[in-house]
Design a protein around this ligand. Structure first.
Ligand code: AMP
Ligand code: GLY
Length: 426
């Protein structure tokens, strides 16, 4: 069977790498892919990004299953287009992807279905938003309604930051948000404290199978300092998700979401990623929904998955996830992201990358922002590589990941030295 993966990040490299191990898989295409998927003899890059052209390709090549990485394709309706043409694809429809593409949709949905999340209000008028913030005080969280490549959220510790963020979103769109129909809107929500975890499940519209838990590091610098990024590293499992927290997340967040979507007439199929904030009492609340796998969470999760991913996703698209039980490597997997000079604000492209270790069963270098130019590997995006390793403990996985990256060189490389620190302490 031929499989197609859409996207060009580290998440897609890890998904394609895992899919290629499938018993019945003859070829994995990645569109458009990156320098890492280009080098892997089991994978083949396809330079197509247009949705109709992708469906034409899937039809011509008789692709058995297409797996969608990034949210932008989902919000643009790639699943609707493929399904309309009778092509098998794993992901949510455009309507269901609103759980991620519209924060206002997600918050209203959670309120309606009694799903634990931060209290909030939605505004399209700047004056009303400013007045609300003054009345609430800081800290407070300001979120753009539309997709913003992870940059649409400002956790304002002061009122000044909160007012500034409202203007960025409603007045001059400084965060580069893709506004939804009806124009710019801002969600203002209560600040939640606690520890975050990524809770990702597979859904077939009705049944749910949870993936191994994980946690990422959103800030650029050691000690969780500096600006927010797409994620500087991740590991699995996340010790903060105890069996009790897991049960609460399933019963109070995931199942009501799947049932609520079905009841609202927009059944959810695909990866559903609930970003959880877990308070001291072990109560999880939903900080956000993503309607796709996390990046970099996918890299350690795929390292630990023992089941045949293609077979699992075929069952997910058949609506028979109730018959699936996933097998996991009981070891810890941990991935360290190496980012380009200037990331996250203005990542530089074109720096030569050298010193990559050879991949092994226990250590993999997943590529993200890399490209092959005349046979030379170069940086081509913000997050460049994710060096991911397995170990008997968090410390051992951490050790192997950091040992694996010592010889990797590119001008201006940035990476954190403390990925996994929260799990080491436990
Ligand atoms: P989001 O895109 O909604 O996940 O927000 C990005 C990041 O901002 C989250 O991973 C949290 O670290 C932080 N964040 C978002 N909402 C809240 C909140 N209500 N309270 C505290 N931190 C938040
Ligand atoms: N690592 C966070 C995300 O994928 O949104």
């Amino acid at each position: 069977m031929k499989v197609l993966v859409l996207g060009n990040g580290g998440r897609e490299h890890a998904l394609a790498w895992k899919l290629a191990q499938g018993e019945r898989v003859s070829q994995v295409f990645v569109a458009p892919g990156n320098g890492g998927t280009a080098r892997d003899p089991l994978l083949k890059n396809i330079p197509i990004t247009d949705i109709k052209a992708l469906a034409d390709f899937a039809e011509a090549e008789k692709i058995a299953l297409t797996v969608v990485g990034p949210e932008a394709y989902l919000a643009a309706g790639v699943v609707d287009e493929f399904r309309a043409r009778g092509l098998r694809i794993f992901g949510p429809t455009k309507a269901a992807a609103q759980l991620e593409s519209s924060k206002a949709f997600a918050k209203d949905f959670m309120k309606r279905h009694g799903i634990p999340t931060a209290a909030y209000e939605v505004f399209s008028e700047a004056a009303a938003a400013h007045a609300y913030v003054d009345a609430q005080g800081a800290p407070i969280v300001i979120k753009a309604d539309g997709l913003a490549a992870g940059k649409g959220v400002v956790v304002a510790m002061t009122l000044e930051q909160a007012h500034e963020a409202i203007d960025w979103i409603l007045a001059d769109n400084k965060l580069g948000v893709v506004h939804n129909d009806g124009g710019a809107r801002v969600v203002i929500e209560q600040f939640l404290s606690g520890e975050e975890a990524s809770f990702i499940v597979l859904c077939d519209g009705k049944n749910v199978v949870s993936l191994a838990t994980s946690q990422d590091h959103k800030r650029l610098l050691d000690g969780d300092e500096g600006p927010n990024t797409g994620g500087m590293g991740a590991y699995s499992p996340a010790p903060v998700v105890t069996p009790n927290v897991h049960a609460k997340a399933m019963h109070e967040i995931i199942m009501p979401t799947i049932q609520g979507m079905a009841r609202d007439g927009i059944p959810f199929t695909g990866f559903l990623y609930a970003g959880l904030m877990i308070d001291e009492q072990g109560q999880p609340r939903t900080v956000e929904f993503n309607t796709r796998m996390g990046d970099p969470e996918t890299q350690p999760i795929m390292m630990r998955l023992k089941s045949d991913l293609l077979e699992v996703l075929l069952q997910a698209t058949d609506g028979t996830l109730d018959q699936v039980e996933l097998q996991w490597d009981r070891r810890v997997a941990l991935g360290v992201v190496m980012a380009a000079h200037g990331y996250p604000l203005s990542p530089r492209k074109g720096d030569a990358i050298t010193g990559l270790p050879s991949d092994s069963e226990d250590a993999m270098v997943f590529h993200a922002g890399t490209a092959e130019v005349d046979g030379q590997l170069q940086t081509s995006g913000g997050r460049v590589l994710c060096v991911t390793a397995l170990g008997e403990s968090v410390r051992k996985a951490q050790q192997l990941a950091y040992d694996s990256l010592v010889n990797i060189q590119f001008e201006g490389k940035q990476f954190r030295r403390d990925i996994g620190h929260r799990a080491v302490k436990r």
